[in-house]
Design a protein around this ligand. Structure first.
Ligand code: ADP
Ligand code: MN
Ligand code: MN
Ligand code: MN
Length: 332
């Protein structure tokens, strides 16, 4: 029986790649084959040598088409067999193998903003501004919530696809939402997050809404959008883990510049020190502190083990890069 396989990959658009996809008709039950595309149309190759290679790495049911149809997330390779410049999964796979004994887990809180097709925040009244922030976070009611139908459809889609969705919530700025993926392993968290982002773009498309992963879509007194990354190793989750977490925070402080440089384009506009952020110019960690670079959850301090929350990553991060750096910095 013929099924539809939607091949998904990251393009070469800078500074923040977008997701692209196309459909392959294949036989149900067959292994999705290596495929290709025109890299000159996605800023991944030159026109005179434009073939790029799609290597399937993660497959799941397609909740949008239903039936036996599937989604196929791919890594992109150049024609000469080297990873494309936007393929950050290849390097993450090496780190995942090297530090498998640490058993790292990640939980990523993906914040995003719903926009109109002309780039106006969809939660804001036409040509104007809503009342100041306060009532919108986790709110209910047509005067404070925009886009719940999309966010709710997205839950069902993620669950149908078998993604490690942990939950969702309405955010501080109107029309801004969050979903969480995790806890999941180093590659798994990135694979699931990319597929969840893809599903969100597609569902919003059906509603005439555009999903923005801009870290600061509205300048001024409006919260930005992040990808808080919750992280633990086996040692952090075991008895005595609190000391391991503190040691990890100290190591992260020494490599703050490296992390900041890889935590999403436009980070400086979001990490101002206001709106529940620490300035990108300083590094601090603290228990229960939402104004710190790294927050140690209160329950982790009380239990003496658990995880840390890196609050610096922006909504537009590549999760393979952030997860890889966290492991390399804290376990290296
Ligand atoms: P916040 O309180 O910052 O809003 P959330 O509840 O939105 O936090 O997200 C917390 C995330 O942390 C979830 O994705 C959850 O799966 C993940 N998580 C829970 N335990 C761990 C752990 N031990 N290591 C890594 N991530 C974890
Ligand atoms: Mn959250
Ligand atoms: Mn949030
Ligand atoms: Mn958080």
């Amino acid at each position: 029986m013929a099924i539809k396989a939607e091949y998904i990959w990251l393009d070469g658009v800078q500074p923040t790649p977008d997701l692209r996809s196309k459909t392959k008709i294949m036989e149900k039950g067959d292994e999705p084959p290596v495929w290709g595309f025109d890299g000159s149309s996605t800023e991944q190759a030159e026109g005179h040598s434009s073939d790029c290679v799609l290597k399937p790495v993660f497959t799941c049911p397609d909740p949008l088409r239903g039936g036996d149809n599937i989604l196929v997330l791919c890594e992109v390779y150049n024609a000469d067999g080297t990873p494309s410049h936007t393929n950050n999964r290849a390097a993450a796979a090496e780190t995942a193998a090297k530090f498998a004994g640490e058993d790292p887990w990640f939980g990523i809180e993906q914040e995003y903003t719903m926009m109109t097709v002309d780039g106006h925040p969809a939660g804001f009244p036409d040509g104007g501004y809503p009342g100041p922030q306060g009532p919108y976070y986790c709110g209910a009611g047509a005067d404070r919530i925009f886009g719940r139908a999309i966010a709710d459809e997205h839950i069902d889609a993620c669950l149908h696809a078998g993604l490690a969705l942990a939950g969702i919530n309405a955010e501080v700025m109107p029309g801004q939402w969050e979903f969480q993926i995790g806890p999941a392993g180093l590659l798994e968290v990135g694979d699931h997050l990319h597929v969840a982002r893809y599903l969100l773009h597609r569902i919003a498309e059906n509603h005439g809404v555009v999903i923005s992963l801009e870290p600061k879509p509205m300048k001024g007194d409006w919260n930005g959008a992040g990808c808080h990354t919750n992280y633990s190793t086996q040692a952090m989750r075991a008895d005595g883990g609190y000391d391991v977490i503190i040691a990890a925070c100290e190591k992260l402080g020494k490599k703050a510049d490296l992390h900041i440089a890889n935590y999403g384009a436009g980070l400086e506009d979001r990490l101002t020190g206001l709106h529940e952020t620490a300035s990108y110019k300083e590094f601090k960690y603290g228990v229960s502190d939402r104004g710190a670079s790294i927050r140690i959850p209160l329950h982790t301090k009380e239990a003496g083990k658990g995880y840390l929350e890196d609050r610096r990553p922006c909504s537009n991060i590549d999760p393979y890069v952030v997860a890889r750096l966290l492991v390399e910095t804290t376990c290296g």
